[in-house]
Design a protein around this ligand. Structure first.
Ligand code: CA
Length: 219
């Protein structure tokens, strides 16, 4: 997933960015509420992880501004304030979930997947397409019951295309879903990943739409 992490504590922020990247996510990290709101409006994030106590504008304001304007992506509050009042206020103002620091990265990963699944309107954890089956939690892919080995980026790209089945995704959109701000991206990176996915999962899986992008058609 492409994630926006908003956390002003240097130590926690760095640890979270690293840990989430190890789980295969592309994470942009910001440290104040105003920059966070601008980035959220500007980017295509699958979810936002938001601390409440932030410089310039607190997390609760970020949520209410974004939701007021129809911002739809899941927002998970991460905070050390564990009072019930904050929890209720956060959820009422439009957050999707609440996780109290210090927390377990595995648990955060699971809550992110659950929030994303709900946002995509999926009730099942696994994503199935023909004889291909993806388990986002285990980051495993099988085809006709046999394990297929994918790199982290190939996995993210496959999942992204399947979650947007039937809709052409441009190269820019795919790039944005896979790489954070700090990434050095080769200009043909997406083509290379698509090539590898076709090689591993069948040449007809991903269709090139001339001068537009790529699509996985509905099975
Ligand atoms: Ca804080």
């Amino acid at each position: 997933m492409r994630l926006l992490l908003v956390e002003d504590d240097e130590h926690i922020g760095r640890a979270l960015q690293t840990g989430l990247a190890q789980q295969g996510h592309a994470v942009d990290w910001l440290q104040d509420g105003v920059a966070a709101e601008l980035a959220a409006r500007d980017g295509q994030y699958d979810a936002i992880l938001l601390d409440l106590g932030l410089p310039r504008q607190d997390g609760m304001q970020v949520i209410s501004h974004l939701r007021r304007d129809g911002y739809a992506a899941p927002i998970l509050i991460i905070t050390s304030r564990d009072e019930i009042r904050d929890r209720v206020e956060g959820l009422d103002s439009g957050a999707d979930d609440f996780i109290v620091k210090p927390f377990d990265l595995e648990e955060l990963g699971a809550r992110l997947r659950a929030a994303h699944r709900r946002a995509m309107g999926r009730s099942q954890a696994a994503v199935v397409h023909g004889d291909i089956r993806i388990d986002p939690a285990a980051r495993q892919v099988t085809r006709a019951g046999l394990a297929v080995s994918l790199t982290g980026r190939e996995f993210m790209l496959l999942l992204h295309l399947l979650e947007h089945r039937g809709h052409v995704r441009t190269r820019a959109q795919l790039q944005e879903s896979l790489y954070n701000w700090n990434s050095d991206i080769e200009s043909n990176a997406i083509e290379v990943h698509v090539h590898n996915l076709r090689r591993k999962l069948g040449k007809d899986l991903i269709r090139t739409v001339h001068s537009q992008g790529y699509v996985i058609d509905n099975a």
